[in-house]
Design a protein around this ligand. Sequence first.
Ligand SMILES: NC(=O)c1ccc[n+]([C@@H]2O[C@H](COP(=O)([O-])OP(=O)(O)OC[C@H]3O[C@@H](n4cnc5c(N)ncnc54)[C@H](OP(=O)(O)O)[C@@H]3O)[C@@H](O)[C@H]2O)c1
Length: 270
Amino acid sequence: MLVIPHGPDHVVPTASPGIRWLNRNMNQPIAVVTGASSGIGAASARALAADGFRVFCAARRIDRLEALAAEIGGVAVRCDTTDPASVRGLVEIVGERVDLLLNNAGGAIGVDPIETADPDDWNRMYQINVAGTLRVTQGLLPAVEAAHGAMVFITSTAAETAYEGGGGYCGAKSAERYLVGSLRLELAGRPIRVCEISPGMVHTEEFSLVRLGDQAAADAVYAGVDHPLLAEDIAEAVRWIASLSEYVNIDRLVIRPRAQASNWKVARDA
Ligand SMILES: NC(=O)c1ccc[n+]([C@@H]2O[C@H](COP(=O)([O-])OP(=O)(O)OC[C@H]3O[C@@H](n4cnc5c(N)ncnc54)[C@H](OP(=O)(O)O)[C@@H]3O)[C@@H](O)[C@H]2O)c1
């Protein structure tokens, strides 16, 4: 396996031979997926690769990215979106054209009420969901514009309305939503689509585990729910947006499982 040192991170071009990504087919569309090491990001990377994209898979856990990149003929890039130097490394590696940027890295930490919530948890959520997204967006904006490409942001139905225990996450995802809205206005007239997907309950392996820190508590989130969404359901929306004409902007898609009528109204088996 070839490992190319690159600043604080490294890149592992998994397609053989050697550094094929450096002299890639210029006609092949390029996608960058942040948070590709699990859940919605990994499923989206697979869906985009199946549609012909060469996918740069970015996250912190390089072992997972290497396996994914090997599977889909993509490129694994270790990148911590909360670290400016790490994002600069990603931008440099990706190159001058990006047809699709999926800003997906993010997540929730805790469900504490406002009365007792830890400000450090809120700060981490803000760093991952907002500041990191901003950094990646700024870094790759010239490459997306050069390709007349699209930026797709995975926000959340947490941005639709408040719920108990959701103050920090609702706030962070709302901030990300307003980043998207402002960006669309600021870029009007320039050749970049700015799209938002707002998922409801998606049963991914890690989201609730990261949030609650306990597998039993994470499992309880989905208990008795008739088919929560799967990561592949959101990936299909990403794939669809990517497939549209460069003149068609999907401002926002709100996608929930049938069993979830609102953030707090979820039908469960008795
Ligand atoms: N699951 C849901 O119900 C749901 C609903 C609405 C919205 N969402 C949103 O959808 C996105 C994906 O969620 P998911 O369910 O797929 O969760 P997940 O499986 O926990 O995936 C989160 C991804 O973000 C990456 N990540 C976290 N911090 C990062 C950092 N500092 N730098 C780079 N990558 C980082 C993680 O990779 P590493 O740990 O390897 O870095 C992981 O690949 C998130 O933005 C989440 O807020 C999820």
